[in-house]
Design a protein around this ligand. Sequence first.
Ligand code: URA
Ligand code: ZN
Length: 384
Amino acid sequence: MSASYPVVDIHTHMYPPSYIKLLSSRTTVPYIYQPTEADNSPDSDPRLIILASDDDPSRPKASRGRPVDSTYSSFDQKRSFMKRHGISCSVISLANPWLDFLDPESALETAQGINDDLETACAKNNQSSDHGSLKLYAFGCLPLSAPAKDIVSEIKRLKTLKHVKGVIMGTTGLGKGLDDPDLDEVYSALASTSTLVFLHPHYGLPDSAFGGPEVVARSGHVLPLALGFPLETTIAVARMYLSGVFDRHPKLQFLLAHSGGTIPFLAGRIESCVAHEREFVANGGHRQGPQRSIWDVLHTNIYLDAVIYGQPGLRAALEAAGSVDRIIFGTDHPFFPPLGNEHESRWLSVESNKGAIDGTFPHDEEAKKQILGGNAVRVLGLDI
Ligand code: URA
Ligand code: ZN
């Protein structure tokens, strides 16, 4: 990819060294396992065991989960990946499962430490002449297991960090999902500070949805990542919409990972089911139901990334978003690396996302320019 305009990657993760240390200190999911000689493992890379299905007790620890090499925590490797793919700016975010698992007492301090690490790394990168024009910004993380007042205070503090351009979070909220009324205080703080929320899945669906753990295990990470992740996002956003979050907080701004899961494909069906639901007040029933149309929410509160790996998905995202202006390029680096020793080559995962954009807009350079960089610069206020 060599474009004559800025290419910005807004879906690109890191486990900064402080987070790797935190995961390495744990022995239950999520954790990092460092193989020892006793494991007799052919591969000495530590293992990242973050999904419940990763921690299969019938397998030796040294082969559970996935290898986690330095691409996950090294800023140099992030920069060399950017150069290889013609990316001029990355908005890095902590990868899943963020701080969801922390006890309430340590959550705020840990979030502050990680957010400060991200801010410092981005500032150092952007001030250094060693990295040419490569720029780094970040999405901060929130101490979601802490009391709401701590979450709100971190949302406000993040606005003072120059390189933090929003927050990343998962779908559990305070533990009961994103339609939890107790989140209203947090949503108010996000809306009043104009903080963009990058919503990203982690938990997928229970193994039973796929036919049980044996069925899941037969295809490794394929079912949880290809279907579980997008459906988790779909359910989370549908619940927010149905519970009136966007009615009560019309200024909320969400960026949905993986082009919104299946929300673009299912939005019409959701709208139709709402219009036919007798229990809703608008249809003569006794429950409030959503007051705004899902299309209105998609066109005013939601941005979709372009991490969908194919033209049909990208076209659905584009239709649902209502405009090229709401679709933003991403890579999901360092996940989905080439499987052999071809870390130096271009990544299939990136090329297929880029190919979907090229194939959808073969003759529209302006649309490509917006999706690949212009939208991110405008929405996040990036200085590049
Ligand atoms: N992409 C992510 O962001 N996280 C995963 O765990 C896998 C793919
Ligand atoms: Zn991701």
